[in-house]
Design a protein around this ligand. Structure first.
Ligand SMILES: [Zn+2]
Length: 394
């Protein structure tokens, strides 16, 4: 057998929407629980099952070379990606993911220190990096990367954060990544009455007419964060990080060592198989400022460089993912298409319509919201029917 229709876990994290997955994909929610993330993959914290109840991880473990494909098996030894639908009602924490080399070092170090994997002070849960791609299904608000330094300076000045005027001046006259690092460290280390004073300056009521377009956008994020996480240092983040609203069908990549946060909306997310998260605000969880700084690249991203530009290839949009752990396409299926060759295992998720997948004498049909795992051993498969498929592979 090579095709497995998946039954997936829905994670009920408290920031999740109660209606989005139900409305978009008919995923039942009779008790109106938070439906934060639908997980498609073999991760131990939420492994998909084949329709006969067998865990995808067990299916893969039964014939890993054949199912993952020789190349992928040699590189990773396991399914290297996790594919999700994510529906955020409340903002998620601001975070940074370490790069691969630092993840390996950090994981080994915390093991040597004897910190149990479940310890809330533990930063490194595994030795892997966690690059992410997000593809919007509804308007999707997020933050990604440092703003250009002159924009950070302008926003702090526009919001009249007088208590940090010396630091802002230093950044203005010396707009280097070293200075940005010093500034970020200063902000992240604020606490007690000084932090309260700065948040007070930030949240003072102001004439909207006097604010620039960017400041108005930052203000909207600031107020949202303040509603959910009053007195959290992350409320200052929209002055420092690019704010962006993806429209449905737009995608962006979240690099290692780059601060980011998901703020609201529903999206597909595909990521490497890792749980290494260093937090930088909007969270009641542990923040390790020194570890965070050590794993952050202080290089601004120009906002016009945030969106990914897919290549068009015979009815497919192929997103230029800069890592080996995963690839991502959007496939428009119209009637019968040319065969798709396999070079790894794949997970397909149906976004619209009804699409049949066939390989050899196996055939499975996907409706909106349904997903399928395809073993590399199938060698090739065909789409038929009509619809839109999101395709995760590596
Ligand atoms: Zn992340």
């Amino acid at each position: 057998m090579h095709l497995f229709k998946l039954s997936n876990i829905v994670q009920d994290y408290s920031w999740g929407s109660k209606t989005s997955l139900m409305n978009l994909f008919d995923i039942p929610n009779p008790k109106l629980c938070h439906q934060a993330e639908l997980w498609m993959g073999a991760h131990p914290n939420g492994c998909s099952q084949a329709f006969d109840g067998k865990l995808l991880s067990e299916i893969i473990a039964s014939k890993p070379r054949d199912i993952l494909g020789q190349r992928s098996y040699n590189l990773f030894g396991e399914l290297p990606f996790l594919f999700k639908v994510l529906a955020a009602e409340a903002p998620l924490s601001i975070q940074v993911h370490p790069n691969k080399a630092k993840s390996e070092l950090g994981f080994a170090r915390e093991n040597r220190l004897g910190l149990p994997l479940g310890d809330p002070k533990r930063n490194y849960k595994d030795p892997n990096h966690k690059p992410e791609l997000v593809y919007a299904l509804t308007p999707y608000k997020a933050m990604n990367g440092f703003r250009p330094i002159e924009v950070i300076v302008a926003l702090f000045e526009e919001f009249k954060i007088d208590s940090l005027s010396t630091e802002i001046q230093s950044l203005a006259v010396n707009p280097t990544s070293e200075q940005l690092k010093a500034f970020f460290y200063r902000v992240m280390s604020l606490w007690g009455p000084e932090k309260e004073q700065i948040l007070k300056e930030l949240l003072v009521p102001r004439e909207l007419g006097g604010l620039s377009k960017l400041a108005l956008e930052a203000k909207e994020y600031i107020e949202r964060f303040n509603n959910f996480y009053p007195s959290d240092i992350g409320i200052l983040a929209p002055l420092m990080f690019n704010t962006i609203e993806l429209q449905p069908g737009e995608a962006m990549f979240l690099y290692a060592e780059t601060p980011h946060a998901y703020v609201s909306g529903t999206a597909l997310e595909i990521m490497a198989n890792s749980d290494n998260v260093l937090r930088a605000g909007l969270t009641p969880k542990h923040i390790d400022v020194l570890e965070l700084i050590d794993n952050t690249k202080f290089e601004p991203i120009a906002p016009q460089n945030l969106l990914m530009e897919p290549e068009h290839n015979q009815g497919r949009l192929v997103y230029p993912v800069p890592v080996e752990d995963f690839s991502f396409d959007i496939v428009t299926v119209e009637l019968v298409t040319a065969p798709q060759q396999l070079d790894s295992a794949e997970i397909l998720f149906c976004l619209e319509g009804n699409v049949a997948i066939s390989s050899g004498n196996e055939k499975l049909t996907l409706a909106k919201g349904e997903s399928i795992f395809i073993s590399c051993g199938a060698k090739e498969y065909f789409y038929s029917g009509q619809g839109i498929i999101a395709r995760a592979y590596n």
